[in-house]
Each structure stands twice: as C-alpha cells, then as structure tokens.
Write a protein that binds this ligand. Structure first.
Ligand code: NAD
Length: 314
C-alpha cells in the first residue's frame, strides 16, 4: 500500500517515520522547501525516544508533485489553515480509490476535504501522540500515544476500510482503535485545545501557571459550556463537569502542567499563524448558525487574531 503523508511537519513526520520503519512504502508532500530538501538529502531524521534514527522516504514539494506518486492512503497533517491548499495540491495523487485520513486537531475538516473527494473515502479521528521539530527534516519524538478513527460515511465497505487503516497504524506501533463515537472524541479534544491553547497563548503562561490563577476554572467552564451547547445541536453529548475535570488534569505540575501548549510555541515563540479558526472559531461560526451565543469563544478567537497581527505572524 502506497501511503502519502501530506504535511511532513512534526506530527506528519512522526507518522511517516513510524509507518516507514514498519516496512510501508511512504512518500511525503510538504510546502516547506527546506524541509523537503533535507528529507530527500538526509532522510527523515529523528531523536526517537532518545535513539537517533533515520527513515529514507521520498518527499515532494507541494507545487512539484510527481503524478506517479499516486496514493492508496493519504494521511493529512498540515496545519488547519493549510488544509484547503494542501487538498488542491494533492489532486495528482488522488484517484477514486484513494482513502483520505484526517487526524488534525480542530473540528469540521471533513467539510473542506469533501470538496475534493467523495465522503466514502474520508476517515476522521484524532491522535494523542505528540511530536516536535528541531529543524528541516529533524524530528523530536518522545513518549507514547494512541489514535482513534472512523469512516465519515456509514456502510460496510467504509467501516471495513477504516478497520484496515486501524490495523495498518497499529502494526506500525501507533496504537490505533476504531471508534464509533468519533465526533464526541474530536469535540472533547477540541475543548482541551479550545481552552488551554488560546488562554495560555494570550496569557503567555504554561498550563500549570494558568491553573493556579483564581479565574482559571470560571473561564474554562464558560468556554466548555459553549462547546457543549454547539455539540448538543449536532447530537453530541459533551458533559460539562466531566470535560472540565478532564481539562484540569493538564494543570498538574507533576505530569504535563509545565508544558506550553503548541499554539503558544507557534505564535509566541515562533510568530506562526494559529489554528484558532478551527478550534474556538468553529464554535463562534456554528453558534451563529444555530442561534447559540458563544461570547467567550468569539472573544478568544479575536484576541488570538489580534496577537497574530501584533506579532506579524506568518
Ligand atoms: P507543524 O507546524 O510541525 O507542521 C505543519 C506544516 O508546517 C508542515 O507542512 C511543516 O513542514 C510546516 N512547517 C513547520 N515548521 C515550519 C517552518 N519553520 N517554516 C515553514 N513551514 C513549517 O505542525 P504539527 O505539529 O505537525 O501539526 C499538524 C497537525 O497535527 C495540526 O492540526 C496539529 O494541531 C495536529 N497535532 C499536532 C500535535 C503535535 O504534538 N505536534 C499533536 C496533536 C495534533
């Protein structure tokens, strides 16, 4: 099976490396020329749980894709705001049989993907792995994780295809499972991102510092209520107290509390644009559509965009 990783950044790099090391035929497609050149010259290099490893994969620049690189499975890992452009670029490698798997953070990516492929070929989920980059072609991969996914369209063939992808990922050590309730899982993770990412970025603090403030819980509860009200309109039961408790586990300084969320690293450290429009911004847009007030998500989205502009983020 030919696998194409679309967006060979930190997480796409992890999937490319682990799938390639498991013996799969893996190509990468990426918009960052220096990254593509480094991968083709030196392989995809990684500090993989303390061991230096290299995976020899072929990488293509997004604008220079060789049509012979037709894929059986495309795994999408650009940033959310790069997704539409990436789907455009992928046209030469997608056939009627190509399966598209999206494990990116955020809500509603299938609405962009289905402009380009039929819904029976779309699979969505989320990944609890983490990944970092040290430079072009260089990854820093620590710890373990898991993946949950499902077919977007119901039906025997799509379910069987999803389970085949689950096996492929698990055989590569990615610890995947089929989830019947994937929209709930996606919403729950988006709610963690929709609180910790934007708030720690605007307040310039780590998760433990945020949790130590007297207003932290009230802000989290208010945001989770908005996610929950929008989710309920879509038939998803996102319980507010349970979700708040789940988010509060990220504040523990003895586990991950000292980490800065990825949005903080992207915007405050590296002056890169954020995925806020696909996290809190989705709740703002869907809230307007459903007639649900979402003032906290709307305001947080505006604050993050203002910060992007002040820092001239690209
Ligand atoms: P990333 O920023 O590392 O990579 C995304 C794209 O940006 C890639 O095409 C990459 O080549 C490019 N890029 C990276 N650094 C660049 C630079 N300095 N200049 C120009 N281009 C650059 O993003 P990611 O962390 O791999 O995230 C991809 C998706 O996975 C997102 O939706 C993210 O939310 C999700 N995700 C990431 C993690 C994680 O731990 N990294 C965890 C869960 C979900």
């Amino acid at each position: 099976m030919k696998i194409t990783i679309a967006g060979v950044g930190a997480m796409g790099g992890r999937y490319a490396l682990m799938l390639s090391r498991a013996g799969n035929d893996v190509d990468g497609i990426d918009g960052w020329a220096d990254n593509v050149n480094a991968i083709n010259e030196h392989g995809l290099q990684a500090n993989f749980d303390g061991e230096q490893v290299v995976a020899k994969i072929k990488a293509y620049e997004q604008t220079k894709i060789d049509p012979s690189a037709v894929a059986d499975l495309v795994i999408l890992f650009p940033k959310s705001m790069q997704l539409d452009g990436m789907m455009q670029s992928l046209k030469p490698v997608i056939t009627d049989h190509t399966k598209i798997l999206c494990l990116m953070n955020g809500i509603g990516h299938e609405e962009i993907i289905e402009k380009y492929v039929t819904r029976d070929n779309i699979f969505i989920g989320n990944t609890m792995w983490t990944a970092g980059m040290e430079g072009p072609g260089k990854l820093k991969l620590f710890g373990s994780g898991s993946v949950a996914l499902r077919n977007v369209e119901d039906g025997e063939a799509a379910t069987a295809a999803a389970k085949k992808i689950v096996k492929l990922l698990s055989d590569a050590g990615l610890n995947a499972e089929y989830s019947d309730n994937i929209l709930y899982t996606i919403y729950k993770k988006a709610t963690v991102n929709g609180t910790m990412n934007g708030l720690c970025t605007i307040l310039d603090c780590n998760m433990s510092e945020f949790g130590s403030t007297s207003t932290a819980e009230d802000m989290v509860v208010a945001i989770v209520k908005e996610f929950s009200a929008v989710a309920a309109k879509e038939g998803i039961d996102l319980n507010v107290p349970d979700t708040v408790d789940y988010i509060k586990t990220t504040w523990d300084p003895n586990t991950i509390g000292h980490h800065y969320p990825s949005m903080h690293q992207d915007l405050i450290t590296n002056h890169r644009l954020t995925e806020i429009d696909y996290i809190n911004g989705v709740i703002d847009r869907r809230g307007k559509k459903y007639g649900i007030p979402t003032p906290y998500c709307t305001f947080l989205t505006q604050l993050v965009h203002a910060k992007e502009q002040l820092l001239h983020a690209k």
